[in-house]
Write a protein that binds this ligand. Structure first.
Ligand SMILES: Cc1ncc(COP(=O)(O)O)c(C=O)c1O
Length: 415
């Protein structure tokens, strides 16, 4: 009996994070101590351990370039795909590593063949690069009529039934929708969509699905076999802690032959994996740090604890700032909040001009970068939570925003 109790106690103790979350983790990162990184979501931040590993790979390449490129890096990348595929639960042959989501989305959209009456749907909250790539396609390859934007508002972004109803109405009108593009976690406003339901629904309609999961891997649990998307992308340098830039591209087996990378090189027509592996001579070190980032995470805590800390901190920070600014949060149902949250700016910020003045003031005078947006007639900022942040960081930023507003309030344009 005593042994059982001891074992239980050890297991209980082992289930705790090795490090406590918050500022005690800051020394593991290279962030400037005077900088509050309230915007981890844009570019991520790799731990010092990852920088060391990056340099090790670069040194290996320098020591014997022929051996590295002709043998070693191929084996390393093969092993990496196997390790990563376990983390996201898919067949290793269904994923490749590429530079970033932009490269992946461009490869997919510029490879797929469309009949002149087939259409692509996307939502107004899509990332700017997606919209511009579609604009390029609509002028260079398709007609404007083939690319249709669906408008979401503060209600439809947090109600999957309403969102699907709105989308279905458009599908009924257009009839021949070939592809729909949507976010797993959108950029700004940041919303965690119920893509499991969305995927089931669109597949039942025979529509191909392209998911921009730029913010997903490392932020939330990702199970690609369960989700079963047609195309899925996620930047590992945002939330998984790899070096920039590195990104996972998953393509369902029967679609792999249809998609080619933007750069054509020696892998052309060999296989999905080979085609995306060799895009000309380049530095693979950032990609290889994916393996080290997965190891690093295990030394910090278990995955669920990392997800939960960031998710809870994003929620708490949202309430705190809304209270400090006497404003509101965009998402009321926590199910739609990931590791980022959207808070309405103080009500005096009620025009785009005022929002831009505040944005510039914060960067130029306070060294604070706070992404901002007008959405559904209100003005919001986006905050990111991360394991090295604590609630008092958001309080500090909240006060800084009030301070900046109190100074610029006296400018004629803000009255
Ligand atoms: C939702 C979303 N999609 C795509 C991207 C593009 O990522 P990248 O610039 O690494 O290609 C971003 C970048 O922040 C994003 O937030």
């Amino acid at each position: 009996m005593k042994i059982v109790i001891c074992l239980c106690l050890i297991l209980y103790w082992l289930s705790f994070p090795v490090y406590p979350f918050g500022h005690s983790l800051l020394p593991l990162f290279s962030l400037d101590p005077s900088y509050i990184n309230i915007n981890h979501g844009s570019y991520g931040s790799a731990p010092k351990y990852i920088h060391e590993k990056l340099q090790e790979y670069q040194l290996k390449a320098e020591r014997n370039p022929d051996r590295w490129f002709r043998l070693d890096v191929q084996i390393e990348m093969e092993n990496l795909r196997k390790k990563l595929s376990k983390y996201v639960n898919c067949d290793p042959d269904d994923l490749v590593i590429i530079d970033n989501v932009s490269a992946g989305i461009n490869s997919i959209l510029k490879s797929l063949k469309f009949q002149s009456n087939e259409t692509i749907l996307y939502y107004n909250i899509a990332y700017g690069m997606v919209k511009l790539t579609l604009q390029y396609l609509s002028t260079e390859i398709f007609t404007q009529k083939q690319i249709i934007q669906i408008e979401l508002n503060h209600q439809t972004i947090q109600n999957t039934n309403l969102l699907l109803k709105k989308t279905q109405d458009i599908i009924n009108k257009i009839k021949n929708v070939k592809l729909i593009i949507f976010d797993h976690i959108s950029s700004i406003p940041a919303i965690l969509f119920d893509i499991e339901s969305m995927l089931k629904y669109f597949h039942s309609q025979g529509i191909l699905t392209l998911i921009d999961g730029a913010h997903a891997i490392g932020a939330i649990e990702l199970n690609l076999t369960k989700l079963n998307p047609d195309f899925y992308l996620s930047n590992t340098h945002k939330w998984l802690y790899t070096h920039r830039s590195s990104c996972l591209l998953y393509i369902k087996k029967d679609l792999q032959k249809l998609i080619h990378p933007i750069i054509t090189s020696f892998g052309y027509l060999q296989s999905f994996q080979n085609e995306f592996f060799w895009l000309g001579t380049k530095d693979y070190s950032s990609y290889l740090t994916i393996s080290d980032a997965l190891d690093f995470r295990q030394t910090i805590a278990n995955e669920i604890d990392i997800y939960n800390y960031n998710h809870q901190l994003a929620i708490q920070a949202g309430y705190l700032l809304a209270q400090m600014w006497n404003s509101s949060i965009l998402i009321s149902n926590e199910k739609f909040i990931s590791t980022m949250n959207n808070i309405e700016l103080p009500v005096i910020i009620n025009t785009l001009d005022k929002m831009n003045i505040l944005y510039q003031k914060l960067i130029n005078q306070y060294n604070i970068f706070l992404p901002m947006i007008e959405f559904d007639k209100k003005f919001y900022c986006r905050i990111s939570a991360q394991i090295y942040m604590e609630l008092n960081d958001y309080q500090t930023v909240g006060k800084i925003v009030l301070d900046a507003i109190s100074i610029i309030k006296f400018l004629p344009s803000l009255k």
